[in-house]
Design a protein around this ligand. Structure first.
Ligand code: SAH
Ligand code: F3S
Length: 481
């Protein structure tokens, strides 16, 4: 899963593989975070009821939808390049329509239609149910746009059409939007305020996936620990809820427990946690339930208190370390990964050294590391100068990437010469004779296929490793099958 996420974050193209008996052909591709990939499955579901069948052959498509990411400038440039490709396709097929979905649609709104002449429709993340109407407008020769952000929409009533699925692991989105307002981040502007999805619809989706043979789910949100259901509405309005609503509300720890108990054989992951919102209850639950995977993605962004403050992260370095200590105390084998940004405005050499020292203190299993990219409209863009030279950003990034490489190897080696339980997800990219899967700790393991198949839980003896991958040999089916 993590590899998949990593690829997705790097903007890898997803092509759909679902065939429904409909006559119009839709090609949909997604860039950016896991939430976008999950949203594309909702879009495919909405359009399947309107005569659209997904295709993997872009040339055949009557409708191309691109689900976009705005998180860094580079992500937006990738999308722009992709639109150029569509432009040449459209010349050969004038009936072809092109729609832009997701965060860039929300950020650029009408500007998209002006700047990119090939775009026929622009739809923000909360307006996908309006797609059938918007397509009618396009058919009648108009440009169509809906970028209204909602306070309620969670798409809880839509059963996603699983795209590009291995039939083993799936995402279930549990919250939309984010209220955290980290000063560098465009997400609160493109995805709106935070709201949680009806837990019953989450459990229904979980049961549906289990019935279809899925073995692992990831509960998704920008900030999962802040999940709060009190009958609908924005998280920030919870104080206005009635006493009855408050008493019967469900927080993330409760939701996690419900999921873990409802499907004890399904592996449960969640992403992403924000250190300021992660509660001890969640950690205790992870320790209590075997099917909740012992891995936490816990982005920190910087090891310097002054940078954390300027980023509006609501915790200090010391509080973060103390959270990690609590995790390790309750779940000694828990693996921890991170997101880190270098080159935030005014970041000094000392701040950068603080980041390196935090990494040395935690020794993360892996991490996603980025150069700061100024995003229009964010507080950092309005109030702070993007004043760290590109060369310095590059060098700092290289330094933390190199350090992470050492830490990843160290952490992976801890699983060497051990029996680990692996859920087989796919064929190894390097050899058709090997399977690849993951341990609950999110470690990728590769081993000879023998008679095992995708979706099996297998005990594997590990014998060798790189920094990111364990190599081993299957011993037996694990008792989890
Ligand atoms: N809570 C979200 C975070 C979304 S953004 C989640 O579900 O993952 C993912 C990561 O991108 C952030 O943790 C941060 O490290 C990075 N990021 C966000 N805005 C950025 C920016 N302006 N420049 C560089 N990196 C950024
Ligand atoms: Fe962005 Fe911070 Fe939310 S990184 S998604 S504003 S938790």
């Amino acid at each position: 899963m993590e590899k998949l996420l990593e690829e997705k974050r790097q903007g890898e193209v997803l092509e759909t593989k679902v065939v429904v008996k409909n006559d119009k052909k839709l090609f949909i591709e997604s860039f950016g975070c896991a939430m976008n990939f999950s949203d594309s499955e909702i879009v495919a579901s909405i359009l399947s009821k309107n005569g659209y069948n997904t295709t993997t052959t872009i040339e055949d498509a009557e409708l191309i939808l691109i689900n976009t990411c705005s998180i860094r400038d580079k992500a937006e440039q990738t999308v722009r390049k992709r639109l150029q490709k569509y432009n040449s396709l459209k010349k050969n097929n004038p009936k072809m329509k092109v729609g832009v979905l997701g965060c860039m649609a929300e950020r650029l709104k009408h500007k998209f239609l002006e700047e990119e002449k090939i775009v026929d429709l622009v739809v923000g993340p909360d307006a996908y149910k309006d797609l059938p109407n918007l397509l009618e407008e396009v058919d009648s020769g108009k440009d169509a746009i809906n970028v209204i952000l909602s306070t309620e929409e969670t798409y809880g009533d839509i059963t996603p059409v699983r795209l590009n699925s291995n039939g083993v692991s799936a995402f279930i989105s549990i919250t939309r939007g984010c209220d955290n307002m980290c000063t560098f981040c465009v997400v609160p502007f493109t995805r709106g305020r935070e709201r949680s999805r009806d837990p019953q619809s989450i459990v229904d989706e979980l049961n549906d996936l289990a019935g279809k043979g899925f073995k692992e789910i990831t509960l998704l949100g920008q900030n999962v620990d802040s999940y709060l259901w009190y009958g609908g509405g924005l998280k920030k309005d919870f104080n206005k809820a009635s006493e009855i609503q408050k008493a019967s509300s469900i927080d993330f720890a409760k939701l996690l427990e419900i999921c873990a108990i409802t499907q004890p054989k399904i592996r449960i992951r969640f992403s992403t946690s924000n250190p300021q919102d992660m509660s001890l209850d969640v950690i205790k639950l992870m320790a209590k339930h075997n099917n909740i995977c012992n891995h936490i993605h816990l982005p920190v962004q910087s090891g310097s208190n002054s940078i954390l403050k300027a980023m509006n992260r609501q915790h200090t370095r010391e509080e973060y370390i103390s959270l990690i200590k609590s995790i390790k105390k309750l779940i000694p084998d828990c693996t921890i990964s991170h997101d880190m940004i270098v080159g935030f405005p005014n970041e000094t050499d000392k701040d950068h050294k603080d980041t390196m020292s935090l990494m040395n203190e935690v020794v993360y299993s892996f991490g996603y590391m980025y150069k700061y990219s100024e995003r229009p409209g964010t507080l950092a863009e309005r109030k702070l100068e993007d004043n760290i030279e590109e060369e310095v950003k590059k060098q700092r990034l290289q330094e933390i990437v190199d350090l992470q490489q050492i830490h990843s190897l160290k952490r992976t080696k801890e699983f060497l010469n051990k029996k680990v339980e692996v859920l087989i997800e796919r064929q190894s990219k390097k050899s058709e004779k090997h399977w690849a899967g993951k341990t609950e700790h999110n470690k990728v393991v590769v081993f000879p296929k023998e008679n095992y198949k995708i979706g099996d839980f297998v005990n594997v003896m590990t014998m060798d490793c790189t920094s990111a991958t364990l190599i081993g040999k299957a011993i037996e089916f694990s008792k989890n099958n």
